[in-house]
Design a protein around this ligand. Structure first.
Ligand code: G3H
Ligand code: 13P
Ligand code: NA
Ligand code: ZN
Length: 307
């Protein structure tokens, strides 16, 4: 059943976070649904611009509608990940998405508000909710001076004004994570001090953490042992999700980890079966491995058992 993120966030706020997982193909979709049902967790399916153009945006919509029929017990929202204004408008018009993210975080403060505001007006008119972003992920290097590094993180002082003026329904905050498999040049510290300040300014308001893959070292080692070359890959410590949830984070975005599971399964499979050229045996292995991975992740998020 497709629901709005608003409902999911209301139930989760302060207690646990909802996993927001990206999909691009049917194997990810099947593994995701299976893992969330096995762990009895509500979830968010995220579709990026890249995913929409990988095959065709209608293909993903059809996959999700089919999965919804195959797994009638599933409770999930469909969300546009990192949209620009035009893609947000397309998703709002389509009537399929429960929520969209407008990512104008690279713009200056007023411009970010102005763009977000336009998307919010169009979305709310159709009962769709909007995630916006303030601050910028990534690029926080160890050698960068503290004040310089902080400049990319979300400024708690302006977060409230941003939310009030833009009208957004949830806010993605930059608190030290980055996208991809190479996070944190130094220690794995999330900036809970900043998160806590943001929560004080916006009590009860749903916050979102991007770039939250854990990049499990076992996956990385197995990928490298099977011929991969992922050097120094590093992620977020999943045991910190609960603390983030207590501080108002209701949605945690995970994409890279799924790609790592896919790469590990396929590299190992074809290394062990060099004579094989059937795509289904590794596909089947991946769906099972991904389902297991998702169920474990939902445990860390605290969403497991909340269905
Ligand atoms: O934040 C980006 C997500 O991981 C989606 O990645 O744009 O390559 O589909 P993508
Ligand atoms: P990861 O690269 O850590 O999986 O982050 C995904 C994300 O933030 C999608 O919006
Ligand atoms: Na998002
Ligand atoms: Zn992201």
């Amino acid at each position: 059943m497709i629901v709005t993120t608003e409902k999911l966030f209301e139930a989760a706020y302060g207690k646990y976070a909802i996993g927001a997982y990206n999909i691009n193909n049917l194997e990810q979709t099947m593994g995701l649904f299976r893992g969330c049902i096995d762990s009895k967790a509500p979830f968010i399916i995220q579709i990026s611009k890249g995913a929409r153009s990988y095959t065709h945006k209608n293909m993903l919509e059809a996959l999700i509608r089919a999965a919804d029929e195959i797994f009638p017990e599933a409770v999930f929202a469909v969300h546009l990940d990192h949209g620009d204004e035009a893609t947000c408008m397309d998703c709002i018009q389509s009537g399929f998405y429960s929520s969209v993210m407008i990512d104008a975080s690279h713009e200056d403060f007023d411009k970010n508000i102005e763009i977000t505001r336009r998307v919010v007006e169009a979305a709310h008119a159709r009962g769709i909710v909007v995630e916006a972003e303030l601050g910028q992920l990534g690029g926080v290097e160890e050698h960068v001076q503290v004040s310089e590094a902080d400049a990319h993180l979300t400024d708690p002082e302006t977060a409230k004004e941003f939310v009030e003026r833009s009208g957004c329904d949830s806010l993605a905050v930059a608190i030290g994570t980055s996208h991809g498999a190479y996070k944190f040049s130094g220690s794995q510290a999330l900036r809970f001090d900043i998160l806590s300040e943001i929560q004080k300014k916006l009590p009860g308001f749903p916050l979102v953490m991007h770039g939250s893959s854990s990049v499990p070292q076992e996956e990385v080692e197995r990928i490298n042992a099977a011929g991969g070359q992922l050097k120094g890959a590093k992620g977020v410590d999943a045991t910190q999700f609960r603390r983030a949830a207590e501080l108002g984070v209701t949605k945690i975005n995970i994409d890279t980890d799924g790609r790592l599971v896919w790469t590990r399964v396929h590299r190992e499979f074809f290394k062990e079966h060099p004579e094989n050229f059937d795509l289904r045996p590794p596909g089947k292995e991946f769906m099972a491995a991904y389902a297991k991975f998702i169920a474990e992740k939902n445990d860390y998020l605290g969403s497991a058992g909340e269905l």
